[in-house]
Write a protein that binds this ligand. Structure first.
Ligand code: HEM
Length: 200
């Protein structure tokens, strides 16, 4: 029985995703800030490489038809091209990775799992507001080097609300919700291992 989405006392999907990953997010924030990537341009370039590899993992999801239906405007949210432009601004080649991307265009995708990964990528825009201020101290801007940290035209909060409204309207059953939370955890794991390998 799926009463979860009809019961206003039950947590929404976004609340479950947030609660299920809160500790992972806190640990990731601390690990990133401890590595202090915003102290220098080479440090920032390593952070941009991390972002590139994470967003490369999920690039196929932004073009996925069913996900675009659930999340209107999804394709326009994709930041991989902006991160590539940031790396070019910094005189860096696109980083190579031994692993294939987590999702590949044309291959079947478990939609709830994909929603969890996208929650992490889109949620990271909220922290981007802080990171953008740090990048500005290095002389970077929305037009040079820190394009992918620029806020959406309507503002980060409104942009985030539109995304989370789509997630919460997806009406997942309990098993699907559990897969979404597992997807979000896998995404945080992936970012964490990139941070450990590239920033530490
Ligand atoms: C690439 C690394 C990061 C990822 C994947 C990430 C992920 C997320 C996610 C998923 C959310 C949304 C949480 C929610 O409201 O449901 C979020 C929010 C946020 N993040 Fe991060 N984050 C990252 C790095 C950082 C860093 C380094 C900081 C700063 C130290 C930070 C600070 C914040 C803040 C302040 C919010 C907003 C909290 C709020 O307004 O409720 N994040 N991030």
């Amino acid at each position: 029985m799926n009463t979860t989405t009809d019961n206003s006392l039950a947590p929404s999907l976004v609340q479950s995703l947030r609660a299920g990953t809160r500790e992972m997010h806190e640990r990731l924030d601390k690990a990133i800030m401890a590595a202090d990537p915003f102290a220098s341009l080479p440090g920032y370039a390593r952070f941009a490489e991390l972002q590139y590899l994470f967003h490369r993992d999920i690039a196929a999801l932004y073009a996925h038809e069913a996900l675009q239906y659930i999340l209107p405007g999804l394709a326009e949210r994709q930041r991989l091209g902006l991160i590539a432009a940031d790396l070019a601004d910094l005189g860096k080649a696109l980083p190579a990775d031994d692993m294939p991307p987590a999702f590949t265009a044309g291959e079947p995708v478990d939609v709830p799992t994909a929603l969890g990964w996208l929650y992490v990528a889109e949620g990271s825009n909220m922290g981007a507001a802080l990171l953008r201020k740090e990048a500005a101290k290095l002389g970077l801007s929305d037009d040079h080097g820190a394009r992918h940290l620029a806020p959406a035209a309507e503002g980060p909060a409104a942009h985030w609300r539109a995304f989370t409204a789509g997630l919460d309207a997806a009406r997942l059953g309990p098993d699907e919700e559990a897969r979404a939370v597992a997807g979000a955890k896998a995404a945080f794991d992936r970012v964490r291992s990139l941070a450990d390998a590239r920033l530490a």
